[in-house]
Ligand binder design. Structure first.
Ligand code: NAD
Ligand code: MG
Length: 392
């Protein structure tokens, strides 16, 4: 039996992972499941998968979880420390599907015990790519990409010589405002930004898709995970979201990964790796789909892409600042304190200020520096958002 834990099991990626595991219960021993405030669902998952441990990140939810699981023999815990400790429980495979920088510590703990880390939580690669990949190497643990584009790149590279790769193209749907007039963007509401044309995902990544902060994180993720140079990594708008990524080789050939917009494909590939097994996803009818479109992304519409280029150039702690400022700016937008277009303004301001103070340099990244930098960048971003709010 494969021993597995799922961090963020009640979220969109978490539920898709639970779905795959629940289809073959005889193959898995579920060790830990973690979630947030959706205690009823966390308890339900823990019972149906016969998990050993259920953890909520909110201490005030512990009592409710304990009541729902009383008499089941399932252990209950709460709080960020308990999540980190859950990641130390021995397993073979861990799904990292917490949203935001909170996924970093459990991801590192999982790698330290040598577990394979299926990484949906792109934020951990963005804020601490060097540290995460170094920890994986030191413990001979695999990081398995789950982001659909990165899973696509990984699959297209099987059996290839990486030095023959000229370029990597990540596709982007363009999100909710792909075709909006530019002048309407400042008035976009959180509700409007929270709908996605093709994917059903958590709210934060959905809004990040509309702003392309998600694609910006993915550019950095590609750089950190595969080690490609920034100039080799491109973005193409592809409204159908069926081609997830393309690899361009030095002989002019392009290898594209095409599949349905269903995260169970990428999750399943990482779950069964190195095998390929049947998955319960739609088989595409390309004749019915008819055509696939591609366009150049506009930096005027999506300034986040330009900021990601700057982060890839500077590296060091720039990713930690970028991610933390973005998370804070997103909170401010969701709280209606700033406009949709102000998010990039906030992130750019914080990045420039901290770069000016020489706060992004680091020779050998350590967790303490990342946490401290994340903390400072959030405060700076909150200040910038408050200033913008006052000016408006
Ligand atoms: P979600 O909001 O649906 O779920 C997030 C999960 O994390 C929930 O279980 C929630 O309870 C938990 N959580 C939230 N804050 C937490 C905290 N501070 N500490 C501990 N747990 C916390 O998010 P999602 O859409 O499933 O995305 C999860 C991750 O996967 C993100 O990093 C996202 O970028 C990435 N991702 C998602 C998709 C997708 O299709 N949803 C695709 C690619 C990558
Ligand atoms: Mg993606």
């Amino acid at each position: 039996m494969k021993r597995v834990s799922i961090f963020g099991s009640t979220g969109s990626i978490g539920e898709n992972t639970v779905d795959l595991i629940a289809r073959a219960p005889e193959e898995y021993e579920v060790v830990a499941l973690t979630g947030g405030r959706n205690i009823a669902r966390l308890a339900e998952q823990a019972i149906s998968l016969n998990a050993k441990l259920a953890v909520t990140c909110f201490p005030d939810c512990k009592q409710e979880l304990a009541e729902l699981l009383s008499g089941t023999g399932i252990e209950v815990a709460a709080g960020p420390m308990a999540i980190s400790e859950a990641a130390e429980r021995p397993v073979d495979w861990v799904m990292s599907a917490i949203v935001g920088a909170a996924g970093l510590v459990p991801g590192l703990k999982a790698l330290e015990q040598g577990a394979a880390l299926a990484l949906a939580n792109k934020e951990s690669l963005v804020c601490a790519g060097e540290l995460l990949m170094r920890t994986a190497r030191a413990n001979k643990a695999d990081v398995l990409p789950v982001d659909s584009e990165h899973s696509a790149v990984w699959q297209a590279l099987v059996g290839e010589d990486i030095s023959a790769v000229e370029r990597v193209i990540l596709t982007a749907s363009g999100g909710a405002f792909r075709d909006w007039p530019l002048e309407d963007l400042p008035r976009a509401t959180p509700e409007q930004a929270s709908t996605h044309p093709n994917w059903d995902m958590g709210q934060r990544i959905t809004v990040d898709s509309a702003s392309m902060f998600n694609k910006s994180l993915e550019l950095i993720e590609t750089r950190e995970f595969f080690g490609f140079e920034p100039r080799q990594i491109e973005v193409l708008v592809h409204p159908q979201s069926l081609v997830h990524a393309l690899i361009g080789f030095n002989d002019g050939g392009l290898m594209a990964h095409v599949g349905p917009a269903d995260m169970r494909h990428a999750i399943g590939y990482a779950l069964h790796y190195p095998e390929r097994r049947p998955l319960p996803v739609e088989r595409l009818d390309l004749a019915r789909i008819g055509k696939l479109e591609f366009r150049e992304p506009s930096e005027a519409r999506w300034p986040a892409l330009r900021l990601a280029r700057e982060v890839m150039k500077v590296r060091g702690l720039a990713g930690a600042v970028f991610n933390a400022a973005k998370e804070q700016a997103l909170d401010s937008f969701l709280a209606r304190d700033i406009r949709f277009t102000d998010m990039a303004v906030v992130v750019e301001e914080v990045l420039a200020a901290m770069e000016g103070e020489n706060a992004l340099k680091c020779d050998r990244m350590c967790l303490e520096d990342v946490i401290e930098t994340d903390h400072v960048a959030r405060i700076r971003a909150a200040e910038a958002a408050a200033r913008i709010n006052m000016d408006a």
